[in-house]
Design a protein around this ligand. Structure first.
Ligand SMILES: [Zn+2]
Length: 255
């Protein structure tokens, strides 16, 4: 806690004044650009690696960057993630949703182990809210992972995006650069696009191309960030070589 208190004192002496000016500037005309889902991992600092600022993004964080599927919530038993989607995309009319996964994700490493039925047993889940959260809301990621593993990681996976007609194909780690848990993390990141599209209150916006869903993936080991390109059917590193092409894809398809 002392680190936090000392940090607040530094903030007061340095960036506070500038931030207050920005709050005033956007107060009457807020134009946030994205709802950003990511993991709670302390190494993930999305405003730093996207260089976004006050007023730019709504950020939602949980263990494993999950967006539970709507079928998990009958009879208005909702939870934080869909409420955040409504606040962002409906109340504030934000037009882009981004799900950002990452390598060496502790939640995903645990999800990988939860493929073992004994480890994922009901008794064990009762003892561990984290196991329960992952088993309940990330089981479809495991199903897709198993499908891919059965084909020795060579076949592409099919995901649904904005609408049932807008499916996309994904080759997971075709260059065989990442370990098995990181491949699961990439699948899990893409699976959330499908889960987001399951919410009825977003349907019209998604069908009318007023709302778009994207996936990013942060590699903790190298600091590199990948964008899932539906044109390239894979996660593509965002760097000097690919930037223009990716920008064009984003502008042509999603603006
Ligand atoms: Zn994580």
């Amino acid at each position: 806690m002392d680190k936090i208190l000392k940090g607040i004192m530094i903030y007061r002496a340095t960036v506070k004044e500038g931030m207050v000016k920005q709050f005033v500037k956007i107060k009457d005309n807020p134009t946030p650009k994205a709802v950003f889902f990511t993991c709670i991992d302390s190494r993930m600092i999305p405003t730093r690696f996207t260089q976004t600022n006050v007023g730019d993004m709504f950020i939602v964080r949980n263990a494993g960057n999950l967006v539970p599927h709507s079928q998990r919530f009958p009879d208005e038993q909702d939870t934080n993630e869909p409420a955040a989607l409504e606040l962002g995309c409906v109340v504030n009319d934000i037009r882009h949703i981004i799900v950002c996964g990452h390598s060496d994700c502790k939640a995903i490493n645990l999800l990988y182990k939860l493929r073992d039925p004994e480890f994922a047993s009901k008794d064990n889940r009762r003892l561990s809210p984290l196991r329960s959260w992952l088993c309940t809301h990330a089981h479809t990621s495991i199903e897709k992972f198993n499908e891919l593993q059965a084909h020795d990681f060579n076949k592409p996976l099919l995901f649904q995006a904005e609408t049932p007609l807008r499916k996309f194909v994904a080759y997971i780690d075709p260059d065989k650069k990442f370990n098995i848990e990181d491949r699961l993390s990439q699948i899990n990141t893409l699976q959330q696009l499908q889960n987001i599209a399951s919410y009825g209150f977003l349907k019209k916006r998604l069908e009318q191309h007023q709302l778009h869903i994207h996936a990013l993936w942060f590699d903790i080991y190298t600091g590199e960030i990948y964008y899932f390109s539906r044109a390239a059917k894979r996660f593509v590193i965002i760097d000097e070589n690919n930037f223009k092409k990716l920008l064009q894809e984003v502008v042509v398809f999603y603006s």
